[in-house]
Ligand binder design. Structure first.
Ligand code: SAM
Length: 227
């Protein structure tokens, strides 16, 4: 079912859905991590990871259960991750996955921020990278545009955004039962050309712009952009 309206209780409904379908979503998502890892590797290759004297501060928006992206970020000892998600179930699964997964205690370089990414706030010029995979697409597109402006401000000069967006322009797309009976879901997006234009308008230089599709999923625009 598609619809043009954005429900007033959008965030509460999305939180309830992801709380309910998190295990099912994660099983599906973890089974095919290739595209996420391909673009994450391209981002990591751009960051000064070998300089152990420097801590790199990375924000992950909509981290889900932390696998594979947060997990891979934390495998680099100088990376500090702020992991955000709207769903308390996802945050609690991520805590379990990430704290058990490392022989080293990662708690001093892993901060969880539960809540809506649209209301997060960070100091200007304080982040080396921001990542949002299959997550910014759940914001109404006016909020996406606003968030991109904030991200551009939070990034250090020379910092990067890695994110994916719907390839097609879609003001509002709703499904009543995505993956599960309890999976009411909402997506939105500006489409390829307008997303790239928005990134330019907020002062980010697009260095990677590719369309990729995972098996059984829609096509997404994958972007790496530099401040
Ligand atoms: C499709 S999953 C993607 C998870 C993970 N990034 C991945 O690549 O598998 C979307 C995630 O974004 C979260 N999410 C949805 N809307 C959000 C919002 N407004 N703020 C923060 N997280 C949100 C959901 O709870 C869910 O964990």
């Amino acid at each position: 079912m598609s619809s043009l309206s954005v429900p007033e209780d959008l965030k509460a409904r999305l939180k309830a859905s992801y709380d309910a379908i998190a295990p099912k979503y994660n099983e599906w998502a973890i089974a095919d991590p290739a595209l996420r890892l391909k673009y994450l590797d391209r981002l990591l290759a751009l960051l000064p990871l070998s300089d152990q004297s420097q801590k790199l501060h990375i924000l992950e928006l909509g981290c889900g259960c932390g696998i594979p992206v947060t997990q891979k970020l934390l495998s680099h000892p100088n990376v500090v991750v702020t992991a955000n998600d709207l769903s308390s179930v996802q945050i609690s699964l991520a805590k379990g996955n990430l704290r058990q997964d490392h022989s080293e205690d990662v708690s001093n370089r892993l901060i969880f921020e539960e809540g809506d990414m649209a209301v997060l706030s960070f100091r200007d010029g304080s982040l080396d990278a921001v990542i949002g995979l299959y997550s910014i697409i759940h914001l109404p597109r006016a909020e996406q545009a606003e968030l991109l402006g904030k991200i551009a401000g939070w990034l250090k000069p020379g910092g990067y955004l890695l994110a994916n967006f719907g390839e097609e322009e879609l003001e509002s797309f709703v499904m009543d039962s995505w993956l599960d009976d309890k999976g009411w879901m909402f997506w939105s997006g500006w489409g390829r050309e307008s997303t790239i234009e928005l990134l330019r308008q907020v002062g980010l230089r697009v260095v990677v712009e590719e369309v990729g599709r995972e098996i059984g999923d829609a096509a997404f625009l994958w972007v790496i952009a530099k401040r």
